[in-house]
Design a protein around this ligand. Structure first.
Ligand code: NCD
Ligand code: ZN
Length: 436
């Protein structure tokens, strides 16, 4: 099957050019020349931005016992509606992905359910010794939750996190860490965002990042700080990078835009871990994204049911796929970030770092995963319209300029103008090799 995406503004080798992308058999065959080949369909992209399919390295697709929150179908439909063509699924499902068998089982559930974009799977090993087996079984990354004990396994002390990072280094797989040190957390028994953020102070993140950096220095392993949220945490990462430590970090829409000064701390829909921080932290996060210190953008799509969010112990997290790109585009329109930075943060940079093969670029020979963005469309976030099962959002009522119009998976349209097109076109992806 051949298709050409004609006359759009194509993100090609670091800049936007008016061009046509030719696709054959799911691969990009050429860019630039406006000609029509035999049997070629045309998608008219005049007036649209033609972007590499967006990649999200931090999402919780749930399913299994948590299918009432989200399942592989609803989650990946929500992903393609947000322009994502590859997402990496976090292992804190029920049951958790902490063994080879659980990983194999989860991959099977995803394949049976049908996925609308490509999905790679993290695992959170029951012990560092099984990292190698998880890698052979296809894990795309290893995830450590420093603040949680999962079925008796903890990665909170220096020795624990360091032995995991060592094992990841030996198996050449990246170790992503939720950096909150439980020694600096207090139990959250409240109901409001305000109570939650005092239970999760900045110090917890800062102390956790110190441990991660020390472990990374001694093992030379590749580590990735998930959803970084504090100025001081970022300063530590900056110093570590300057020393040559193999460390990256990711920035989320909410930690870049929402501040404790501007949100209503009595509302529980804002509860997330790590929490929303102060204005000065968001300024640092945006500056970090701009300078490249935060090279990867991620949604932390973490859906829960609306009843749980409004209940006595509201769980942290909210859906993010369908708002993430628009949130960062707002920062582009306001002059805080460049469009190029936002695009590469959601495509080339995560693909390279997580070894996702020929994805993340519009170039000859790459998979034809492409996101078509309409820069003119004005819209207002109404979570009841989300394809995610989680119908709430910290960005409820926000007015955005620009929306994803269409999403191509390997040259086939999966999403067009607010509609999901059957069949599910996604595949499970397995680890290629560690990135750079
Ligand atoms: C995540 C979830 O709900 O799974 N919640 C969150 O607030 N980010 C867990 C996590 O990523 O820590
Ligand atoms: Zn997390």
């Amino acid at each position: 099957m051949s298709i050409r995406i004609a006359n759009g503004r194509v993100y090609y080798k670091g800049q936007f050019i008016e061009s046509t992308v030719h696709i054959d058999n799911g691969l990009i065959t050429s860019i630039g020349r406006e000609f029509e080949k035999d049997h070629e369909e045309t998608f008219d992209a005049r007036g649209y931005l033609v972007l590499p399919g967006l990649i999200d390295v931090h999402s919780h697709l749930r399913d299994g016992a948590l299918s009432y929150k989200e399942d592989f179908r609803s989650g990946t439909q929500s992903a393609i509606a947000g322009g994502f063509t590859t997402v990496l699924d976090m292992p804190n499902s029920v049951p958790p992905v902490n063994s080879v068998k659980r990983l194999v089982d989860r991959i099977k559930v995803a394949e049976d359910r049908g996925i609308f974009c490509d999905v790679g799977f993290y695992a959170t090993p029951s012990a560092p010794e099984i990292v190698e087996g998880l890698v052979h079984a296809g894990a795309i990354g290893i995830k450590a939750y420093m603040a949680k004990t999962i079925e008796g396994t903890s990665y909170s002390t220096f020795d624990e996190i360091s032995s995991l990072i060592n094992a990841c280094a030996s198996s050449e797989i990246i170790c992503s860490v939720h950096a909150e040190d439980p020694q600096h957390l207090t139990e959250f028994n409240g109901m409001t965002a305000k109570e939650h953020w005092s239970a999760h102070p900045p110090r917890a993140e800062i102390e956790a990042i110190k441990k991660i950096i020390h472990a990374a220095i001694s093992s030379k392993g590749a580590v990735h700080v998930a959803h970084i949220s504090t100025s001081q945490g970022l300063e530590l990462v900056e110093r570590a990078k300057a020393l040559g430590v193999n460390i990256t970090c990711e920035g989320t829409p909410h930690h870049s835009m929402l501040t404790t000064e501007r949100i209503d701390g009595n509302e529980n829909r804002y509860i997330v871990e790590p929490p929303i921080r102060s204005q000065s932290d968001t300024v640092s996060i945006r500056r970090g994204i701009k300078s490249g210190l935060i090279s990867i953008l991620a949604t932390d799509h973490a859906p829960h049911s609306i009843e749980e969010k409004g209940g006595v112990h509201p769980p942290p997290g909210f859906p993010g796929f369908e708002t993430a790109f628009a949130v960062f585009m707002k920062m582009v329109y306001e002059g805080d970030l460049s469009l190029e930075t936002v695009v590469t943060g959601f495509s080339e940079a995560p693909s390279m770092r997580f070894g996702l093969g020929k994805t993340g670029k519009i170039e000859e020979g790459y998979e034809a995963n492409i996101t078509i963005f309409d820069p003119r469309k004005d819209w207002t976030v109404r979570s009841e319209d989300f394809l995610s099962k989680a119908k709430y959002s910290p960005f409820e009522g926000f007015r955005f300029k620009g929306k994803v119009y269409a999403t191509f998976i390997r040259g086939r349209l999966g999403y067009l103008d607010e509609n999901i097109l059957d069949p599910p076109l996604g595949r499970v992806i397995k680890r290629n090799k560690i990135g750079v």
